[in-house]
Structure formats: structure tokens, C-alpha cells
Design a protein around this ligand. Structure first.
Ligand code: OXD
Ligand code: MN
Length: 589
């Protein structure tokens, strides 16, 4: 370890006062020992060893089940640097208000020092973090989600001073004393009062998105809330596509999609399912790496139909959090295959039957599973330079307005589409579910600086790249008059991916597959195979419709959102907004 790591660990220990300090090496022996301790004190429960070898269940505190965006802060001297979409606290106030909460917070506990690497071991783009935590559950999860232990220590001893400190303490798990703090100037993270995923596994949202986004702005790259997939076509060629979707909108399912057209040679390979770090390559293209090494996926709704590859991946060496358990020690959640069991133990450890009137698994219950267990992991997922992106998808959950898919006209328009995307909220964060909110590039909870400056950075990245990806918006969630989803989704999303590929690589048969609308280029229903899917004429019309009235309302709502950024709003975004409005407004004759 470098002396700077030693000094920081000493300083933290002097405040938090753990009983002992353990430096983690990431070995199997260390993991087995930790698991044994957690089984002993009830932090973990063993699941059915035959059906789910080396799998464990953890139940979190019922008040600690999702990311808490209202308790998440970016600490800079100037509030304008975090902008209107982040919570701001000055570093001085953070020292006065939050640092004292760490005093003695690890008393009678062990403090684990967890060095970890974000990015493939051999990648020049990989970065080191050190998380100090009093939660062995966090250590076990970090071991799956990151390259943890000796590989990271090796980079530190190689002399780097470039590492991100992250201090995490469960403290008393009280929401009143819960804070997730980021200091971009010092590239430091503090998190207290929560053991839940994104709040506590500091390599994920805190480092790889909030802190990394500020590093990317300074250093000329992008840290994005995006899946990365490789779409293989029948000629064996692979097109790489990244996709930004808000939490719990199907990113993991899309990244691991099982193609219904596999026999014809169409297949999806997973590079990443939540985060992409994107650099511009010497060829002027965007090259993306997945900084993580595991998946922290939403369990409810995952089944053999929606994501068979995930069901295979999570059948061993996985940690389940807040799911239900069957009488024979298997996991269960709403949307699991087969009939609903007569008895379960629910996510809080209570007896449950179908008449209980509650959810057996928490809606944000999760699995943590190693990426290497994904049967469709791309053979390029650890390539040091990453994979070259041909397309970026922006997706939200919208009952109306946004068609199934459309292509933006050019980079600047694409950035505008990402900047103004919106989605109905989900259970991944605490707060109301189902409310439409603007979630630019799916980064609303994760951008570590002023969102307007972030858009300027996106625009600049496109100017610097001679061959940036084409940008699309997708919406799997459009509903009919009855409120039913029109699009079958899941494996059938392959139809949309194929059209996206046609758009960026040239049509397969030369027949027109799209037409221009005021919002962008929309496919013909035939190009997506609406008839093969048995969609009625009116459903197909709704799915691809660009309704002028709906879009004028959308433009109005966008104005309100964009106004919040005042004069930091890039001119190009303002221009694109006006251009959309005029394309929607018929010229008077
Ligand atoms: C996640 C999230 O956990 O986005 O990936 O909430
Ligand atoms: Mn996510």
C-alpha cells in the first residue's frame, strides 16, 4: 500500500474506533471466513445447497431498502457547480455536520479495508478505489462487483497516488443520520447509515458514476449509466450498442437478452449491464469498458421468459438481498416462474401466504452475481481498450408520447434527446413510484456535477470524435387505452436492436424501413415485424405514433426543465429545443 492509503486508514480508524482493522486480499479463504462469520451471526442465511450452491440470503433493515437520493450530496465550494438537480453541501458544513457522525461509529466492529479496481485488470482506463467499511456484507458484495483485493493492491504499490478513498459505516442505520457524500475536488466518498447497494457498495454509483463523471469531464471521457451489448448478425459481425435506462427499467434484461432469432444467427453478447466508461479511440470512435465485474440486478420480474440467462447466472455463487424464501430454502420473488407457493418466508423474515396481501419479496430486492457466470458474456468484455460503440440508446418508461424507437438526426440532436428524456419512477430509489420525471441520460441521480455542464461535455465529446455513435430513443412501455403494455418486450426487443443495426450499418435488403417525423426517424411497423407479432393495426399505430399534441405538451414540459439551468444551458440544447418546437408547429398559410 502507498503511505497515503495507510495514513488515510489510520485517520479513519482514529475517528471510527473499530475493534480491529482487516486488510482484505480478496482470496477465497478470506471470503469463506467472512461468509462463515456472517452465517454465524445471522447476517447471511444459507440457501438450499443442492439447488443454489454457495448462495446466501441477506435481509436488510426494513428502513434501508433502496438508494436514498434525498440524502445524497455533492460537496463543492460553489453550489452552481452541482447545479439544480443535485443536493449540495459545502465541504465545511459536511465536516461540521456529517464527519462527527463517524465518531466511534465502528465501535465493537471490525473495519475492513477493501482495495478494488474498477475496469478490466489490464485496461489503461481502470481505476483504483479503497473502501473502508464496517459491513462484511459489503465486503462480500464488493468481491463480486469489483476486482477486489490483491489486483488492486498491486496497482497501489506500483506507486499510484491516483485512488479514490471511500469511507462507509453502517453506524446505527438510522435514516435520520444517513448521508451519502461526494467530494469531487478531493475525489472522496463518505457514506453513513445505510448498508443498501448503491449507498454502500461505493465502487458502483458513488465512484463509477458520480466521482467518475467529474473525472471524465476534466480528462475528456464519459462515465455513464449504460449497459453495453454486442449484437451479432448472421454474418458473424458484431455491432456494439450502449443503452442508458433509469434504474429498474430493464437494462439487465436487455444486456443479457436471449434472442428469438438465434437460429438465424442473431444473438446478443453482454459486455456490461449498468455502467460504461467511454473514451474516444484513435479511430475517432467511442470505446466503452464495463468497470464492474458483477451484476447487482433487480430480482422481481426476473424469470425464465424475461431473462433466462440471468436465471442461469444466479443459480450459484450469488448473494440475494430482500427476496422471499420457499420452505425448501430456494429463493422466490413476484414474477418468478411457476405457481405462487402456498407458504413463504417474506423479505422481512415473516411467514407469508398468497392471502397475506403484501409482496413476499421487496420490489427492489436484488441478486449479486459474478459477470463470468453469465452464459452470454462477450469474449471482449475485458478487452483493455473496450469495445467500439456504433449506437447509443436512451430509454425511459413512458405510457404515452414516445414511440417504440426513433433515431435522432445527428449528434447534437441526439444529445438533446438524451438531455430531455423522462421516465416514470421505480422502486430502485425511495419515494413515489410511477411519477414521470426528467432523467437526462438516466444520470439524474448519478451525475456528479452541473447537468448543464455535463451536456456541454457530451456535445464536446461528439465534436472531438470523428465518428461518434448514432443516438436513438426507445420506449418499451407504451400502453393502450386499457393501460396494457402494447410491446411484448424482453426477447422481442431484438427486433428493435436489428432495426438499430440496419440504421447504423445499412439496411439488409434495401427496402425503406423508416420515415422521418418531427421528432426523429421512426421505423415502419413492417420493419419491426409488427404483423409477425400479431399486433393489431391500431396497436401498431399507437406504438409508432408521434402525436403532435402530446409532443407539444412534451416540449412545454421540457422548457420548464431546461429553464432551471439558466445561462449554463448550452446554446446547442436551446437551439435543438426550438427546432423541435418549430418542426411540430405547422406553418400558417
Ligand atoms: C442500480 C440502480 O442499482 O440504478 O443499478 O439503482
Ligand atoms: Mn443502475
Amino acid at each position: 500500500m502507498t503511505s497515503s492509503v495507510d495514513e488515510w486508514v489510520d485517520e479513519v480508524a482514529r475517528t471510527t474506533h473499530p475493534d480491529k482493522v482487516v486488510w482484505c486480499d480478496g482470496s477465497d479463504a478470506e471470503n469463506e471466513h467472512l461468509i462463515g462469520e456472517m452465517l454465524g451471526d445471522g447476517t447471511l442465511l444459507r440457501l438450499n445447497e443442492q439447488a443454489l450452491p454457495n448462495c446466501y440470503l441477506h435481509r436488510s433493515n426494513p428502513q434501508d431498502v433502496a438508494r436514498t437520493e434525498h440524502l445524497t450530496y455533492i460537496c463543492t465550494d460553489d453550489p452552481h457547480d452541482v447545479g439544480p438537480t443535485n443536493n449540495w453541501m459545502s465541504p465545511g458544513e459536511a465536516y461540521e455536520k456529517v464527519w462527527p457522525l463517524f465518531k466511534d461509529s465502528m465501535k465493537n466492529r471490525t473495519m475492513y479495508v477493501v482495495p478494488y479496481l474498477m475496469g478490466p485488470t489490464s485496461s489503461p482506463y481502470a481505476k483504483v478505489g479503497v473502501e473502508v467499511t464496517d459491513s462484511p456484507y459489503v465486503v462480500a458484495n464488493m468481491r463480486i462487483m469489483t476486482r477486489m483485493g490483491q489486483v488492486a493492491t498491486d496497482r497501489l504499490t506500483a506507486g499510484t497516488t491516483d485512488w479514490v478513498p471511500g469511507l462507509h459505516s453502517l453506524s446505527d442505520l438510522s435514516p435520520e443520520r444517513r448521508f451519502i457524500m461526494h467530494f469531487p475536488d478531493r475525489r472522496t466518498i463518505w457514506s453513513i447509515g445505510s448498508g443498501y447497494g448503491g449507498n454502500a457498495l461505493l465502487g458502483k454509483k458513488c465512484f463509477s458514476l458520480r466521482i467518475a463523471s467529474t473525472m471524465g469531464k476534466q480528462q475528456g471521457w464519459l462515465a455513464e449509466h449504460m449497459l453495453i451489448l454486442g449484437l451479432e448478425s448472421p454474418d458473424g459481425d458484431v455491432t456494439y450498442i450502449a443503452g442508458a435506462f433509469p434504474s429498474a427499467c430493464g437494462k439487465t434484461n436487455l444486456a443479457m437478452l436471449k434472442s428469438p432469432f438465434e437460429r438465424d444467427g442473431w444473438k446478443v453478447w453482454t459486455v456490461g449491464e449498468d455502467i460504461a466508461w467511454i473514451n474516444i479511440g484513435p479511430d475517432g470512435r467511442f470505446w466503452a469498458i464495463n468497470p464492474e465485474s458483477g451484476y447487482f440486478g433487480v430480482a422481481p420480474g426476473t424469470n425464465r421468459k424475461t431473462n433466462p440467462n440471468a436465471m442461469d447466472a444466479i443459480s450459484r455463487n450469488s448473494i440475494f438481498t430482500n427476496v422471499a424464501v420457499t420452505d425448501d430454502g430456494k429463493v422466490w420473488w413476484e414474477g418468478m416462474d411457476g405457481p405462487v407457493p402456498e407458504h413463504l418466508i417474506d423479505w422481512q423474515g415473516r411467514r407469508w401466504t398468497p392471502t397475506s396481501g403484501t409482496k413476499a419479496a421487496h420490489p427492489n430486492s436484488r441478486f449479486t452475481t459474478p459477470a463470468t457466470q453469465n452464459p452470454v458474456i462477450s469474449k471482449h468484455w475485458e478487452d483493455p481498450q473496450g469495445v467500439p460503440l456504433s449506437a447509443i440508446l436512451f430509454g425511459g418508461r413512458r405510457a404515452r408520447t414516445v414511440p417504440l424507437v426513433y433515431r435522432s438526426f445527428d449528434w447534437e440532436h441526439g444529445v438533446f434527446v438524451g438531455a430531455t428524456m423522462a421516465s416514470e419512477t421505480t422502486a430502485a430509489a425511495t419515494g413515489a413510484v410511477g411519477v414521470v420525471r426528467r432523467d437526462p441520460m438516466a444520470m439524474l441521480p448519478f451525475c456528479g456535477y452541473n447537468m448543464a455542464d455535463y451536456w456541454s461535455h457530451w456535445l464536446e465529446m461528439g465534436r472531438r470524435a470523428s465518428n461518434p455513435p448514432a443516438v436513438f430513443q426507445v420506449n418499451w412501455f407504451r400502453t393502450d387505452d386499457q393501460g396494457r403494455y402494447i410491446w411484448p418486450g424482453f426477447g422481442e426487443n431484438m427486433r428493435v436492436l436489428r432495426w438499430v443495426r440496419d440504421q447504423v450499418r445499412g439496411s439488409r435488403n434495401g427496402t425503406p424501413t423508416a420515415h422521418e417525423t418531427p421528432v426523429g426517424v421512426v421505423p415502419t411497423p413492417e420493419a419491426i415485424g409488427a404483423r409477425d407479432l400479431g399486433l393489431s393495426k391500431s396497436d401498431a399505430e399507437t406504438l409508432f405514433a408521434v402525436d403532435r399534441e402530446d409532443w407539444l405538451r412534451e416540449v412545454e414540459d421540457q422548457s420548464e426543465f431546461l429553464r432551471k439551468f439558466g445561462d449554463r444551458l448550452p446554446d446547442a440544447i436551446r437551439r435543438q429545443h426550438q427546432a423541435l418546437q418549430s418542426r411540430l408547429t405547422p406553418v400558417a398559410v
